[in-house]
Design a protein around this ligand. Structure first.
Ligand code: DSN
Length: 434
């Protein structure tokens, strides 16, 4: 018995240690964020223990009165925030949202045109990911490393020639908008459905600071909801398409790819959507300004930040070629020892054999912006990175400075409520376990 009790204590201790790790580090992973206190509360509610298969008012379980009301409400919030007629907040993650669309809009053997992995594409659009699981064939758009975007002429040619069932856009290294308007004629000639995976940039889109895919020709847009939209780990599908397509997508979600959806994270998503309606415009603008400032600082310090000719980035993300500093893996691991957390990343010229030791790093500014950092802090972060990986200063010294910098920014911003970032750790620390 006591061994099991010790296991529980051990897990609590790991949670406290993990919280402290992030409390004391500079978080720069482009796909993460922290939630607002009011959204976080929803994770602890009874919503998290219930089933509600199907659509509101057409369920298979009793006890769903309030769940139906909640889901209707979250759907309306999503439709309003994105100015679109269709929303489905049931997917439990971004990849599950993608699987719902794949299941709804394609049949095995169909062709889907997709961004390449080396061009920043997501694994769910790869043969070894969700599209392969559906038995689809894929072809990649040509990618231009100079502009860090798909080549619009090459993509138009591909779509015209191969006439895919669905043309998918959107990446995990997403620096610039996709040329959807330029591709409109090709889409209409091929009569394909257009699907935009906005996981990384969905908060920027909602804040009016990136392109607006569903008003530029996309039929459906998917996303995870915990990156630039700072909500729970969850998924969302939005649509501006015919009733038939939309019904297929909804069937793709349930019963296609999920049984129950997660009601507590859906409630947290609702809070995040409402908060983004209030604060999202400013938040999105501040995220991008910080990304551009950090890119410029790193460039000034001699780092090879990609897409210089286009101003480095128009999103939350920047990418640097770190071969001169020993490569992406070495740089990311060194920075981790210094209290700066980001990820190694493949660059367009890397082949897949280099995925564990790629040439670059990826940086996102959405989380540091969320806690109130601005341009002068981007300068401080760039200097810490430079001193760590170019000057090879003692990691302990840098780690101490990174912690001091982080300690000056303790408030979660761009949300209602008033709680310090990481304060929820006290719930664990303060509770005695009998
Ligand atoms: N793998 C995530 C990212 O870091 O971009 C997206 O799912």
């Amino acid at each position: 018995m006591s061994g099991n009790r010790d296991s529980v204590l051990k897990i609590r201790e790991m949670a406290i240690r993990h919280n402290r790790l992030f409390q004391e580090s500079i978080p720069l992973i482009a796909s993460e964020n922290i939630m607002s206190p009011l959204a976080m509360e929803m994770l602890l509610t009874d919503f998290g223990f219930r089933y509600a298969e199907g659509l509101p008012h057409k369920r298979y379980y009793q006890g769903n009165q309030v769940v139906d009301e909640l889901e209707d409400f979250v759907i309306e919030l999503a439709k309003k925030l994105f100015g679109v007629p269709q929303a489905d907040p049931r997917p439990i993650s971004g990849t599950v949202a993608n699987m719902g669309v794949i299941y709804g809009l394609t049949s095995p053997g169909d062709l889907v045109t997709v961004p390449s992995l080396s061009g920043g594409g997501h694994i769910s659009a790869a043969q070894f990911g969700a599209v392969g699981f559906r038995g689809l064939s894929t072809e990649n758009y040509p990618f231009d490393p100079e502009t860090m975007s798909i080549d619009p002429d090459g993509a138009a040619r591909l779509i015209r020639e191969r006439k895919p069932k669905v043309a998918l856009f959107g990446q995990s290294v997403f620096l610039f908008p996709v040329p959807l308007k330029e591709l409109a004629d090709a889409f209409s000639e091929a009569q394909c459905r257009v699907w935009y995976d906005a996981a990384h940039v969905i908060g920027l889109i909602a804040g009016g600071r990136f392109q607006d895919p569903l008003h530029e020709g996309a039929d459906v847009m998917t996303g995870s909801t915990h990156k630039t939209l700072p909500g729970p780990q969850h998924g969302l599908i939005l649509g501006n398409t015919g009733e038939e397509n939309w019904k297929s997508v909804q069937r793709g979600v349930f019963p296609g790819t999920i049984s129950n959806h997660h009601l507590n994270t859906m409630a947290a998503l609702g809070v995040a959507l409402a908060e983004h309606m209030e604060f999202g415009k400013k938040y999105a603008a501040d995220i991008i300004a910080n990304a551009q400032a950090l890119a410029q600082e790193l460039h000034s310090l001699g780092f090879k930040v990609l897409a210089e000719s286009r101003g480095f980035t128009q999103s939350h993300t920047l990418v640097a070629d770190t071969r001169a500093q020993g490569g992406g893996r070495k740089v990311a691991e060194t920075l981790e020892r210094c209290g700066i957390i980001l990820n190694k990343n493949m660059l367009p010229e890397d082949d897949s054999r280099k995925s564990q030791n790629p040439s670059g790093i990826r940086i996102g500014t959405q989380e540091v912006t969320r806690i109130g950092m601005g341009k002068s802090e981007m300068k401080e972060i760039a200097s810490l990175i430079y001193r760590s990986v170019v000057k090879n200063e003692d990691p302990e010294t840098i780690r101490k400075e990174a912690k001091e910098l982080k300690n000056r920014f303790t408030q979660v911003r761009y949300c209602f409520g008033n709680l310090k970032a990481y304060e929820y750790i006290k719930l664990l620390q303060d509770r005695e376990m009998n």
